[in-house]
Design a protein around this ligand. Structure first.
Ligand SMILES: NC(=O)C1=CN([C@@H]2O[C@H](COP(=O)(O)OP(=O)(O)OC[C@H]3O[C@@H](n4cnc5c(N)ncnc54)[C@H](O)[C@@H]3O)[C@@H](O)[C@H]2O)C=CC1
Ligand SMILES: O=C(O)C(=O)COP(=O)(O)O
Length: 310
């Protein structure tokens, strides 16, 4: 049986998993007991980022051979335990790059421009023109933390808009060809220099022990007072309270957070009350109509191929 515990494109299930016994129940992610029961019979498990595939779930999944991940980040899966049990894990690498890159560029423009949140004032007959004089993206410096697949898509779009692009990624060698792209060069900087240089800083690293709390109050203090931060990587990489405090103190020009230490954020959202020029979104940067189709197709293909032993 192939068990699917979160939403995905249903056409992909029909077309890509024809002939398999499939249980598609996107409500299971919110029913821990039912999930534990269901996973006992699963040879394959398909999840997004919310199903925690570790501990008791893995222990109950005695027949599990393969996990299809409808996305990229693997922090919700105990990859080491899977490796030890010879359970193969397939991320949908690359399939949501464009969605995240477009989110970052659009959000950077909105945060720099600062002109889009006055609709209620205009509805009330006001005309706050002088207060809404914002900044252009052209000529600004984009600092990317992590220079992998999504960061490169983002860099290309930023360059097309006239930005200079710098990146910090100690796992990409200084002489690697990727620093020179067909559209221009990306400068490799250490973290402190990147933070000091960036007008827009965007994070594209996995959540690991090394990246946890990478952007804390000290890191923010090393940034320009009018810089903007975008986190569409993982909650936990950025100290949320430090971002809120810096915005309120005028030590940061704006921020967009798509991901949070605790999701859904529940009461922890209160820390952001009254923070200016802040955009909060519910872990949606990677999910568009188009990327949902792509990640779903890639994932069913990976799982079907594995189960067929091809
Ligand atoms: N908000 C959303 O909807 C989405 C979030 N994501 C997140 O974005 C992350 C990045 O995705 P991709 O670009 O596809 O992954 P990728 O694996 O292509 O790139 C990640 C890069 O981070 C670098 N890196 C790792 N540790 C680092 C460190 N300590 N300092 C600096 N760089 C470091 C790696 O060398 C690699 O180049 C994912 O792991 C996931 O958590 C991905 C897709 C959607
Ligand atoms: O690809 C990722 O890592 C994401 O965070 C996107 O979220 P999802 O996998 O679509 O639930």
């Amino acid at each position: 049986m192939i068990l699917i515990t979160e939403f995905m494109d249903e056409d992909a299930i029909r077309d890509g998993l024809a002939g398999f016994d499939v249980r598609y129940d996107p409500t299971l992610v919110d029913q821990p007991q039912a999930l534990l029961e269901a996973v006992r019979e699963a040879r394959a498990l398909i999840v997004r980022n919310r199903t925690q595939v570790r501990g008791d779930v893995l222990a109950a999944a005695t027949k599990l051979e393969v996990i299809g991940r409808l996305g990229v980040g693997l922090d919700n899966i105990d990859v080491e335990a899977c490796r030890a049990r010879n359970i193969k894990v397939y991320p949908a690498s690359g399939a949501n790059d464009v969605s995240v890159a477009e989110y970052v560029i659009a959000t950077a423009m909105v945060l720099l421009r600062g002109a889009y949140q006055a609709t209620p004032e205009l509805v009330a007959g006001q005309w706050p023109r002088n207060r809404l004089v914002g900044r252009e993206i052209s000529g600004k410096c984009l600092g990317l933390i992590g220079f992998g697949s999504i960061a490169r898509e983002t860099a290309q779009r930023a360059a097309a808009l006239g930005m200079t692009v710098v990146a910090f990624d100690p796992y990409v060698a200084a002489d690697a060809p990727v620093w020179t792209q067909p559209w221009g060069k990306v400068q490799s900087l250490d973290l402190a220099k990147l933070l000091a240089a960036a007008d827009v800083m965007s994070l594209h690293v996995p959540l690991t022990p090394e990246t946890r709390s990478m952007i804390d109050a000290k890191a923010i203090a090393g940034m320009k007072n009018d810089a903007v931060i975008i986190n569409a990587a993982r909650g936990g990489v950025v100290d949320e309270a430090a971002v809120a405090a810096a915005l309120k103190a005028g030590k940061l020009g704006g921020a967009a957070l798509d991901v949070f230490d605790k999701e859904p954020i529940g009461n922890s959202g209160a820390v952001f009350a009254d923070a200016p020029n802040l955009i909060l979104t519910p872990h949606i940067a990677g999910v568009t109509v188009e990327s949902n189709v792509r990640v779903s197709r890639v994932t069913v293909d990976n799982v079907a191929r594995h189960l067929k032993g091809a």
